[in-house]
Design a binder for this molecule. Structure first.
Ligand code: ADP
Ligand code: ADP
Length: 219
């Protein structure tokens, strides 16, 4: 479960995130929707303890992210797929992450299979990956520790239609097995097919939130 309560972030006189509150429950996919610059990444970075809030607080499974005993195994995070380990191969990058998290090495190959990065892609250096492949590798990082919660910032960026369709199935499956998913996008069509709930943000403020079908029916 993710609980976001009155999160606020100011950069100088600019308020990037303004009193944002929402919850994500187990068994659901929450689509976090808003145009570029709306405050999605900043909110997600605050949830993951990477950006200190100016106000408010967030917990994951009842605790601030940074106080989780083993955050990598409890919460899978994909924040910026372009920022990964450019000089390593995908397999090396995951192996390092597995060692850091205390995850069995055999999960590395299993997770690469799960995200569709086969032996060829796993042996290529990450700097030679397309953005779509980086997203798949980022998702592999997120899934490596077999977490109960996924926090994914624009994971569909750079994926082709087949990749988007595939990821939808994976996230639906994850939630149907009791997982909690927070998934951001600037495109309604990327979240509407998979999300149960929508949280819509614009200019740093929540403009709507609730059950997806009710929200979309209400226009
Ligand atoms: P989104 O993820 O929805 O595209 P962001 O959270 O990245 O939006 O950005 C929200 C707002 O905060 C934007 O106006 C952005 O320019 C601003 N912002 C984000 N990070 C910083 C920063 N480190 N310093 C100053 N302004 C920032
Ligand atoms: P996109 O095509 O939008 O960049 P994809 O993740 O679907 O995103 O694929 C990225 C590229 O990498 C594609 O050109 C695809 O042919 C290639 N690719 C995808 N998966 C593999 C794989 N398992 N092994 C080798 N190449 C792959």
């Amino acid at each position: 479960m993710i609980d976001v309560a009155h999160l606020t972030k100011r950069y100088g006189r600019h308020t990037a995130v303004d009193d944002v509150s929402f919850r994500c429950e187990p068994g659901t996919v929450t689509g976090f929707l808003g145009p570029n610059g709306a405050g999605k990444s900043t909110t997600m970075r605050m949830i993951c303890g990477l950006t200190p809030p100016s106000g408010g607080a967030a917990t994951v499974g009842g605790r601030p992210y940074r106080e989780l005993p083993n955050p990598g195994r409890e919460v899978g995070v994909l924040l910026d797929a372009s920022a990964q380990h450019a000089g390593r191969t995908g397999r090396e990058a995951l192996a390092v992450a597995a060692a850091t998290m205390g995850v069995e090495h055999r999960r590395v190959a299993a997770t690469l299979d799960l995200v569709g990065l086969n032996a060829v892609a796993a042996k290529r250096r990450v700097r030679a990956y397309s953005l779509g492949m980086r997203q798949r590798l980022g998702l592999a990082h997120a899934l490596l520790g077999d977490p109960r919660v996924l926090i994914l910032d624009e994971p569909a960026n750079g994926l082709d239609p087949e990749g988007i369709f595939w990821m939808r199935g994976l996230l639906r499956d994850f939630a149907d097995r009791g997982g909690t998913v927070l998934l951001s996008s600037h495109l309604l069509r990327e979240v509407e097919a998979v999300a149960d709930r929508l949280v819509v943000i614009g200019g740093g403020r929540i403009v709507a939130q609730g059950d997806k079908d009710e929200l979309l029916a209400g226009g």
